[in-house]
Design a protein around this ligand. Structure first.
Ligand code: B16
Ligand code: MG
Length: 214
């Protein structure tokens, strides 16, 4: 039976994808090429450095490590500027209700995000108190699809991996759940998240009773 719910942040609890997109787009413009919303799909759930590699590949640009570091920092400064003014209105539909329902049913709740800015987002949206464990990009060495982020979350809440379920919007995140030996719920479209045990459009369609379907 399920004893812990592990949540991805961007695309599951909050819609920060639009801020990531605007910052990457601005960087691409400065570098002299167009970066579309479709290009941006490739960056979802992917770490900052890996995202920059993809962006540079799209622009056909080759740079040394120091220059890449500088660009990643520039993008992050813009991104942080946007998330600094976020508030609870930017929590995705159904997310808060489901977090509350999990807690009132005695389930452990953990965050498993690739972002190094997760704490700022959780604090600004008021979500921090809902978590028993918070694992983010500052605590992990390997990026999704490596299972590290979810394995650490399970460990911190003291629940065996087979009793955990992961909520993810990115293919790499579902793959990480599979590799961790956990069940998963995809948030989005069944076309891209075909490896998940269940796919729902948003957490609005999720409830503790539906965990029995997994
Ligand atoms: P940062 P998640 C991921 O968050 C985003 O989906 C991805 O687009 C971003 O590049 C990554 O975090 C790193 O974020 O630059 O803030 O460290 O979906 O794993 O919650
Ligand atoms: Mg995500």
């Amino acid at each position: 039976s399920i004893q812990a719910c592990l949540f991805d942040l961007d695309g599951v609890l909050v819609d920060t994808a639009k801020y990531h997109y605007l910052a990457w787009k601005r960087l691409a413009e400065e570098l002299g090429f167009v970066f579309t919303e479709q290009d941006n799909e490739r960056l979802k759930g992917v770490s900052r450095t890996a995202s920059l590699e993809i962006l540079l590949e799209i622009g056909g640009i080759k740079l040394d490590d120091a220059a890449k570091q500088e660009l990643a920092e520039r993008k992050n400064n813009w991104y942080v500027e946007s998330i600094t003014s976020m508030d609870e209105t930017e929590i995705l539909p159904g997310a808060l209700e489901f977090l509350k329902e999990c807690r009132s049913n005695g389930l452990k709740v953990a965050l498993g995000s690739a972002s190094k800015n997760a704490m700022l987002i959780l604090n600004n949206t008021g979500l921090t108190p809902y978590f028993d464990a918070i694992i983010d990009g500052t605590k992990t060495a390997a990026a999704k699809p490596d299972p590290e982020v979810f394995v650490l979350g399970a460990k911190e809440v003291g629940v065996p991996t087979e009793n955990c379920v992961v909520f993810e919007d990115a293919e790499a995140g579902i793959e990480a759940a599979v590799r961790a030996g956990m069940r998963s719920v995809g948030i989005g479209s069944p076309d891209t998240l075909s490896r998940a045990n269940l796919v729902v459009p948003s957490l609005q369609q999720m409830s503790v009773s539906r965990l029995a379907e997994l």
